[in-house]
Design a protein around this ligand. Structure first.
Ligand SMILES: Cc1ncc(COP(=O)(O)O)c(C=O)c1O
Length: 321
């Protein structure tokens, strides 16, 4: 085994595994990239490190200077990944969290030493973003990396995730990923289109007005600046809508291949299966999908154990992303 000098060196280089037994068609191979293997547990480790490195390069953060404060309005994987990177780099991280966030997420942030600022649960994650924006205006010395507009987010995927996928799966025909900030799709999509223009890039979205953890529907009104900067409408070949119920069904089906994955990975697999079903019988295809994180943070949804109707209802009340 290789010896690493820092946990940060363990970010990226994630394995890809053949999960074609979940494919609805024998002529379609499906491969899953296991981002839960990153040290803080998700694809967002790449983004957190990339954004902090860029801020240090640009002089927004000064490496080694004590008491610099970063602010992040996310209970999701980005907050958790930033908490880990900040701990290692010696920065203080304040995370604005709605009070109804799942207990696993609050505790994980605390485990990495993040300071939590409560925002009203009734206002959801948009309320957390609003509070973070006003705190940032009142405290101009706090650093607000804002992943939705930060070019270092798609850049992380252009530099690392995309090349890893093409090196491991040169025969790739389709890349299917969830759309949250759009960083994964913009970065990997741009890399693949530059090197293999025929590869199809598919985005998985929840239905307008509904939530699947980590994912958003662009028709709900907010288009991430990084999506516009990267000409997302031209880069994406197709958007596919997946309902929360299908996400849970495919999260469960993933266990058949030995994988315990988060709910957005179930959503993405549901999208990959829709993609596979459209491949004509006399053609072959190789679809690469993302497993953004593992299932641990979602245990309190009861996604694997409870009645599926109860899980869908519960997921509307507690924030899991
Ligand atoms: C669990 C999970 N899945 C998918 C995504 C979507 O990835 P991206 O922000 O790169 O579009 C996120 C992002 O927040 C996430 O946390």
């Amino acid at each position: 085994m290789t010896r690493f000098s820092s946990v940060l060196d363990l970010i990226g280089g994630t394995p890809i595994v053949d999960v074609s037994s979940l494919s609805p068609k024998s002529n379609v191979t499906i491969l899953a990239k296991l981002e839960g293997r990153n040290p803080a547990g998700s694809v967002k480790d790449r983004v957190a490190l990339s954004m902090v490195d860029a801020a240090e390069r640009d002089g927004v953060l000064i490496a080694g200077k004590p008491d610099q404060i970063l602010l992040e309005p996310s209970s999701g994987n980005t907050g958790i990944a930033l908490a880990m990177v900040c701990r290692l780099r010696g920065y203080r991280l304040k995370v604005v969290l709605p009070t109804n966030v799942s207990p696993e997420r609050r505790q994980l942030l605390q485990a990495w030493g993040a300071e939590i600022i409560d925002s009203p649960g009734s206002e959801g994650s948009n309320g957390a973003v609003r509070l973070a924006q006003s705190l940032s205006a009142e405290n101009p010395d706090w650093v607000f990396l804002y992943q939705y507009a930060n070019p270092a987010n798609p850049e992380a995927h252009y530099r690392t995730t995309g090349p890893e996928i093409l090196a491991d799966v040169p025969e790739i025909t389709h890349f299917v990923a969830g759309l949250g900030t759009s960083g994964t799709l913009m970065g990997v999509g741009r890399y693949l289109k530059e090197h293999r223009p025929d590869v199809q890039i598919w985005a998985v979205e929840p239905p307008s007005g509904e939530m699947v953890d980590g994912l958003r529907n662009l028709d709900d009104g907010y288009i991430p600046p990084i999506f516009l900067d990267n000409h997302g409408e031209d880069l994406l070949d197709r958007k596919v809508v997946v309902r929360p119920r299908e996400s849970i069904e495919w999260t469960r089906r993933y266990t058949e291949v030995g994988l315990f994955v988060g709910l957005s990975s179930g959503a993405i697999m549901a999208g990959a299966v829709k993609c596979a079903n459209l491949i004509p019988d006399d053609e072959t295809a190789t679809i690469v999908t993302m497993v953004c994180d593992d299932g641990w943070k979602y245990l309190s949804t009861g996604a694997w154990s409870d009645d599926i109707d109860d899980v869908v209802e519960r997921a509307k009340k507690i924030i899991y992303f």
